[in-house]
Write a protein that binds this ligand. Sequence first.
Ligand code: HEC
Length: 151
Amino acid sequence: MRSGRLAAIGLLLAGSVGLGAAALAQAPGFDPIRTRQVGQLLVLGSFVGMREAVKHHQPVKPFAEPAMAISHWMDQYASLFPPGSDKGDNTKARPAIWKNFARFQKDAADASAAAKKLAMLAKAEDTAGFAAQLKVLGGTCGTCHKAFRAK
Ligand code: HEC
């Protein structure tokens, strides 16, 4: 009796969670251009924090999660450039992205890999390794911007 009721509640909950997810996926107003732009500003925020920490010889361990977040973000990044998102919201995305999407995806994957390695070095409290790898990550930003972001 009791377990039957619990199961019913469970089903109800599962149902509403499912509905919630469906409603979210269909929420009007999702804007891939603004999403990717604001995301990059947050990436920059983390990056600047890391650079300052290195400069002032601060512990690097607290940056393990922000570095991992950059890696996960870069795994998703190319999906925020659907066809047709080359115009509007003052986008700086260059048409080259859609002409050479494989290269764009590779640049994002390189940034993801660099950030993941950075996260490992932070976790290991390897300050010197972190400082060197932060430059590698910065290089991946520059490589992609040079090819795919307008000035
Ligand atoms: C795979 C390519 C790629 C990589 C890697 C990349 N970016 Fe970008 N970034 C872009 C593109 C394209 C834009 C322009 C997006 C738009 O305007 O629609 C952009 C925009 C930005 C902006 C401007 C956001 C705004 O609208 O004001 C900042 C800041 C930024 N990136 C920082 C970084 C940093 C820091 C890194 C490295 C940790 C990085 N990016 C790595 C492609 C990349």
